[in-house]
Every structure is written in C-alpha cells, then in structure tokens.
Design a protein around this ligand. Structure first.
Ligand SMILES: Nc1ncnc2c1ncn2[C@@H]1O[C@H](COP(=O)(O)OP(=O)(O)OP(=O)(O)O)[C@@H](O)[C@H]1O
Ligand SMILES: [Mg+2]
Length: 232
C-alpha cells in the first residue's frame, strides 16, 4: 500500500534523510523506531509532502506521491497525526472533530459516533474547549480529528510522548481497535514497549538511515540492535 524507496530529504542545506526505504502493506501496523533527531518525523513529513523529497520515490496504492501538494496527498487517503498536537484551542471537542470531516473513499467514512466509540472519553468532553483538555485528551482528539478525514493510511508521530502510563494504555487500546478494523498504520515511536505491542513489523532509523527491518520477534531477539539504536 505504501512504498517509500531510497528517499532523501533536506532542511535547507542540511541533509537529513539518506535513502530511507520502508513499506507498509494493507492492514499492517508498522513501527518506525528511533531516538531523538533520528529522522522519524521527517520521514512522515516526506510521505505527507510537508518536506521535499529530493531523491527517491514514494508510492501509495500504485501512485507516485513525490511532488504532490499535501492537500492532494491527504485527499488520496493519508492522514498524519503530527507530534505537536495541533488542535483548535478555542473550539469545542465536537467542533474540532467536524472541521475535518470528510466522506470516506471505500474505507468506510468516519463519523462522530464512530470516533466516540473508539475514544469514549471524547464523548464526555464533547462540549469542552480543546485548550482545556489534558495532554492525553488532546492526543486522542488529534488522532480522532485525523480519523474524521477517513484515511486509508494513518501516520502517527510519537503518540505516546509525554503521556502518563494510564493514558498511554487507553491510547494503545484505541490503536488496537483501529488495527482490528483493518486500518494501515505507520507508528513513529521512541517508546519501544508501547510500539511492540501494537506493531506487526518494525524499522529502526538512525541518522536518517534505516538500520534494522524485521518482525517484532526479530527485534526482541536482537539485544545488540536495541542497545545500539534505541534508548531501552
Ligand atoms: N525544521 C527543521 N530545520 C532544520 N533541521 C531540522 C528541522 N526539523 C528537524 N531537523 C533536524 O533533522 C533531523 C531529524 O529530525 P526529526 O525531527 O525527523 O527527528 P525525530 O526522529 O522525529 O526526533 P524526535 O524523536 O525528537 O521527534 C534532526 O537532526 C533535527 O535536528
Ligand atoms: Mg519527531
């Protein structure tokens, strides 16, 4: 479904991605692991067209995404949940959700009711202003808002970052449900414990290069890889 091949990217003159290759098959949850500054967010931004791909290719359902504007990539069915929870602080939870609402393209359209089933907490908070929510509630709202665009592929950028364990658990349950519903997900994380429970396969990125690719079982079995590239 998603094929990232040999992608290079820069910020100004600084070379940040050095030939990143990764794939996600339909219905798969793939985790992109790596330390601070490894290139996780840049990889997701490159897929979303927020960072220019200077070399390499990105294919999605057989189409090339390279050079397409972000709104076009979004329309094709990719939703990014950025790491800096960008909600509208002055709008209510419900208003935040309906802003992004869009008819689904085959994947089944998302509705308010459906996101409230996924994150029941949000239903209770419906009339509250976004800015008054806790960090975990804002994270759920950010994910829910992206789901309202009815994506076929969800890119989650470090969703568990900075959240209390009990909130991380609720978030994990939500992502597990999404996975059961067959949504394809690329999950960027530093929290290996969180990611390994949710993902089918993992990639490790370090200094803009993929250093490991394998199943969660293979990652578990390889302590030296985890020691070298992850903070565990
Ligand atoms: N807007 C920017 N301008 C210049 N350099 C940047 C910018 N954003 C990121 N970088 C640099 O690009 C490299 C990759 O950053 P990226 O944000 O992709 O890492 P990350 O794996 O998402 O890290 P984190 O876990 O901290 O979110 C880092 O060296 C970072 O300092
Ligand atoms: Mg990041």
């Amino acid at each position: 479904m998603l094929e990232v091949r040999n992608v290079h990217a820069y910020y100004g003159r600084s070379h940040v991605l050095y030939g990143v290759t990764l794939t996600a098959r339909e219905g798969e949850v793939v985790s992109l692991l790596g330390r601070n500054g490894a290139g996780k967010s840049t990889t997701l931004k490159a897929i979303m067209g927020l960072v220019e791909v200077t070399e390499g290719e990105i294919g999605f359902q057989g189409r090339s995404l390279r050079g397409l504007p972000t709104h076009e990539i979004s329309r094709l069915g990719i939703g990014l949940v950025p790491e800096d929870r960008r909600i509208f602080a002055d709008l209510t939870v419900v208003e935040n959700l309906v802003v992004g609402e869009r008819d689904g393209r085959g994947g089944g359209a998302w509705t308010l009711d459906r996101v409230f089933t996924l994150f029941p907490k949000l239903r209770e908070l419906g009339a509250r202003r976004g800015g008054s929510l806790s960090g975990g509630e804002q994270q759920m709202l950010t994910i829910a808002r992206t789901l309202m665009t009815s994506p076929r592929l969800l890119l989650l950028d470090e969703p568990s970052e900075g959240l209390a364990p009990v909130v991380v658990r609720a978030l994990g349950e939500g992502i597990t449900q999404l996975r059961r519903q067959g949504l394809t997900i690329v999950l960027s994380e530093q929290n290996v414990k969180f990611a390994r429970r949710l993902a089918d396969r993992a990639y490790i990125i370090e200094k803009g290069q993929i250093k490991f690719e394998g199943s969660i079982g293979q990652l578990d079995a390889d302590e030296s890889i985890r020691r070298s590239y992850l903070s565990v």
